[in-house]
Design a protein around this ligand. Structure first.
Ligand code: NI
Length: 165
């Protein structure tokens, strides 16, 4: 398992629901957590490690233990939005101001298939929304104005070409 970067088509994959809650799912989530920790991340989605199942892990601010969310669904979000600088492990060193709802409710299953509902606000809400976007093949740069996105993706693609030599 390794981290996928912008340019990898798997980051655009639409993920499918997890139906089997078995030991291999737990192992998979543990490996994801390892990748996230090694890269100093606060969240990671399955597409970022080349998988297309609806699995994200988030690290709630100030908490040592990650939250594994299987088949997460946002059930409500506030009208009020906040703009804050955001990054993504698949875009190393890049940070952009992104507007997102300030409060959300989300339903998800844990690794045993038990269902939970969570109300989140502030940074935790932002991390969850960012990771859930990944499950639909959506990236944080997709929230930028179209012209900003065009400039940025052109720069990123140029960088990819030059890095390949
Ligand atoms: Ni991300």
């Amino acid at each position: 398992m390794y981290l996928r970067y912008f340019g990898d088509s798997v980051l655009r994959a639409k993920c499918l629901d997890v139906e089997c809650f078995d030991k291999s799912l737990t192992k998979f989530a543990e490996s994801m957590f390892k990748v996230m920790r090694e890269n100093d991340g606060v969240g990671l989605a399955s597409t970022q490690v080349g998988n297309n199942r609806r699995i994200v892990i988030v690290l709630p601010p100030g908490k040592p233990k990650p939250l594994v969310m299987i088949n997460p669904v946002v059930t409500s979000k506030s009208e009020s939005r906040v703009v804050y600088e955001e990054g993504c492990l698949s875009f190393p060193g890049m940070y952009k101001d992104i507007a997102r709802p300030s409060e959300i409710s989300v339903q998800y299953s844990d690794l045993n298939g038990q269902k939970f509902e969570l109300d989140a606000e502030g940074m935790l809400a932002r991390i969850i929304l960012h990771e859930l976007d990944h499950l639909d093949g959506k990236l944080f740069i997709d929230h930028l104005h179209w012209w900003a996105r065009v400039v940025l993706t052109t720069q990123l693609r140029m960088k990819l070409i030059f890095n390949r030599g």
